[in-house]
Design a protein around this ligand. Structure first.
Ligand code: SF4
Ligand code: SF4
Length: 369
């Protein structure tokens, strides 16, 4: 039997470049990716996020050796608006751009003799567990590729752009040097809890999320809403005229047309997260105060904090499932070491330096004039 894992001989052209991790990253960036990292398929196969429903590359292709993970950031302007609609539309544009970047990179790899493919970044595999659960978990791919760690609300937090990102993976049969995961916790954790304070659906758990609750806000016109419309219609056909002219039905149509409303509707936990220089530069002013914050949410965050302290004692009855020995891998086993504060101080120093340089350049210009 031929060795199906060897790189294929039909190299159309290789442009004289060595196709290694550095080449792949440079190409991804040149094509428009904001961040890029590489995870080993062997590691991903050994550590599925939930072993009961393994989201692993080997279930897609047994020949996959590496997964190239690319990140596309969501522009800050989307989080400075009066309503959520701009961010919903931008999400779709970013996904389209990201798919194109990933597809072109896969094509280039294949032209150089390495079979490669892209899977849908936002997909739900019906045969796995219910709720939004794809064949791969892009957030876990990102952690394994060294691009960030999971936050209190289990979004991936990248040091550069916090959770305001989308990710996708390119599966390739080329063996590439994998990146090392970040071992310290990027998320500030329970003492921050801004995502919990902002969540309109009370869906933020401690290093976990209630996906059903989240879907009520984040998938306003998603699959469950569509089923609801038809259930009501079949139960009472006389309401057809009223149903077809309702906001819900229009939202469903809009979803078919532009995908807007099907997912990614609620940006609140993304908007308020203080991780990333994009937050310091463009969001700190506008997102500082969280209107959804209530005394009940503050009390819950306090409870979470006390539970975390108990968890740290190692007592079996105080253990948090989101921080179990298995899950800790994606949260950051070293715990929070002040990454956000250090980044913010550095950012402020750079801003001051830039302002001084601009002032100096202006003065020199005036002198010359
Ligand atoms: S997306 Fe919205 S509803 Fe879902 S967890 Fe974040 S803030 Fe809550
Ligand atoms: S808002 Fe705070 S607690 Fe929530 S993910 Fe961001 S850093 Fe972590």
């Amino acid at each position: 039997m031929p060795d199906s894992s060897a790189s294929r001989p039909f190299v159309a052209h290789n442009g004289g470049d060595a196709v290694d991790a550095a080449w792949v990253k440079a190409r991804a960036k040149a094509l428009g990716a904001d961040l890029v990292g590489i995870a080993s398929a062997k590691t991903l196969n050994a550590f599925p996020p939930d072993p009961r429903w393994p989201q692993t590359p080997e279930r897609i292709s047994p020949h996959c050796k590496s997964v190239i993970v690319i990140v596309q950031r969501i522009p800050s302007g989307a989080f400075r608006c009066k309503t959520n609609t701009p961010v919903q539309y931008l999400d779709m544009l970013i996904l389209r751009k990201m798919d194109k970047v990933a597809f072109r990179l896969a094509e280039e790899l294949e032209r150089r003799g390495h079979p490669s493919l892209v899977t849908a970044a936002q997909e739900t595999e019906w045969t796995y567990k219910r709720a939004s659960y794809g064949r791969l978990s892009t957030r876990h791919l990102g952690v394994e590729a060294g691009l960030g760690t999971l936050g209190l609300e289990v979004n991936i937090l990248t040091p550069e752009f916090g959770p305001r990102v989308y990710l996708t993976g390119i599966l390739t049969e080329l063996e590439l040097e994998a990146d090392s995961p970040i071992t310290e916790q990027v998320c500030i954790g329970e003492s921050c809890s801004r995502c919990l304070h902002s969540c309109p659906a009370d869906a933020v758990l401690q290093w976990g999320i209630d996906k059903r609750k989240c879907a009520t806000e984040a998938q306003e016109f998603g699959f469950a809403s569509m089923l609801g419309i038809f259930d009501r219609l079949f139960a009472n056909p006389a309401t057809a005229r009223e149903t077809f002219r309702s906001r819900d039905f229009f939202g469903f149509w809009q979803g078919l047309l532009r995908v807007v409303g099907s997912f990614g509707d609620c940006p609140r936990c993304l908007a308020v997260c203080p991780v990333g220089n994009d937050y310091h530069a463009h969001l700190a002013d506008i997102q500082k105060v969280i209107p959804e914050k209530t005394p009940e949410k503050v009390a819950l965050a306090k409870q979470y904090k006390a539970k975390r302290v108990a968890h740290e004692t190692g007592a079996p009855e105080a253990q948090l499932p989101g921080l179990s020995e298995w899950n800790e891998r994606w949260v950051g086993p070293e715990g929070y070491k002040g990454m956000v504060a250090k980044q913010m101080q550095q950012f402020k120093r750079e801003q001051v330096k830039k302002a001084l340089e601009e002032e100096k350049a202006l003065a020199e210009q005036k002198e010359k004039a």
